[in-house]
Each structure stands twice: as C-alpha cells, then as structure tokens.
Design a protein around this ligand. Sequence first.
Ligand code: CA
Length: 238
Amino acid sequence: MNNKFKILVVEDDSNICNIVKTILETNGYQVIDANNASNGKTVFLSHRPDLMILDLGLPDIDGIDFIKNIREQSDTPIIVLSARTNEADKVMALDMGANDYVTKPFGTDELLARVRATLRDNRRNANGEKISKTKFTTRDMVIDYEYRRITIGNNDIKLTQIEYNIVELLSINAGRVLTYSEIIKKIWGYVDSGSIKKLQVNMANIRKKLGETPGENKYISNELGVGYRMNMIKEEVN
Ligand code: CA
C-alpha cells in the first residue's frame, strides 16, 4: 500500500522536471508534476500533495502570483525553484508564503535536505504550534512521523496516504476534539456535501485497521455529531 509523502513539481523545463522527479522518487517520495500554473492548480486541488516544488518562471502566470493564489486556500508547504539570482524575487516569494527556495543549479543533497526540513517544519497542531517530536505514542500504538509508519506492538499498520494523514493530524492534536470540518479542510482542503461521508468511510477503515471494534474508543474517540479525538494514554510499563 502506498503511504509515501506526495510531492507536486510545477516546472515547465522538462529536463529539470525529470531531474527533480528522479531525485525524489529514488528517495522514496511519490511525485506528480505539471508544466504550467494552470495544470499545477488542477493537480494540486485533485491530489492534495504534502509539498509543492514550484518554478518561479512559468509560461502562463508568474510563480509569485501562483503562490499568492494557492495561499488563499491552502498552507501546504511550497519550495520555490528559481534560476533567478535576484534576491528581490526570493524575498517576494517568501513574503507571499513560500516556505523556502532552492536556486538552480542545485545539488541532490541540498534539494533533499530542504524537502525533509520543510516537511518537518510543517507539522503543526491546530493552534499553529510546531510539533518538534518525531514520534507519537498512545497505549501500544507508535506513529513515526519521519517514515509515515504506524505500529501497534510489533505489527505494521498499513494505511493509505489519506488514512495516514488523518491519523497523523489527530495525533498531533491528541487530547483535543477536531471537528469534522477542521479535519476535512486540513486533509482535502475544502468542504462539500460529500465530505463528511468521505471522512466517515476513511475513519471506519482506519478503525478497522487499528483493530478497534465498533463502539470501542481505544485510540480514537468518535464524538458523535462533532468530530474525532485521539486519546492520549501512556501504556503502563510492567
Ligand atoms: Ca521555467
């Protein structure tokens, strides 16, 4: 089952796009790409990537305007890829909400380091506070944020990307009820008439995979009509 970080690369230069894609895929990321801002927006909305790598010099609209447009509805981290040596462009990209930038030409290690750091820095709770720890534990369940891995005892729990994202979101807000719309906005970016049903279906699958029987609230509590909460319980050490 695929539970990799999903990265969208928006770049019109196919050589550079392929290089970035290869570097990321070789290092365990799933990559989707687009060759202009318009396609980038469409792919962004339908795939909800964990991170976007964006070339500032796009053929249709300016990368800076694209960042502004994305930021009106999403705080998904953006790393700007720019051939421009002009400091003013980098400052403007950061001011518009880009999280970091990489100047072309760049090295493999530099790109990967920026990606890891940006993903780590984006792990924030509902109050916007940065979560610095890399693992979360409740009872016998351990969530490893760096590897997107969940274990219960010695068992690996295989979740889809969406399922994992929901569990991670609940865990970084453990002890607090997240409403349906808070979760939906974070995971899918928008709320529509089918969203609650979609969340409930994912939640039912998650609970089954975590081995919870209906009505049991071992790891996640269902606050009926309100939302979900991850319970924060330390396993007793015998
Ligand atoms: Ca370009």
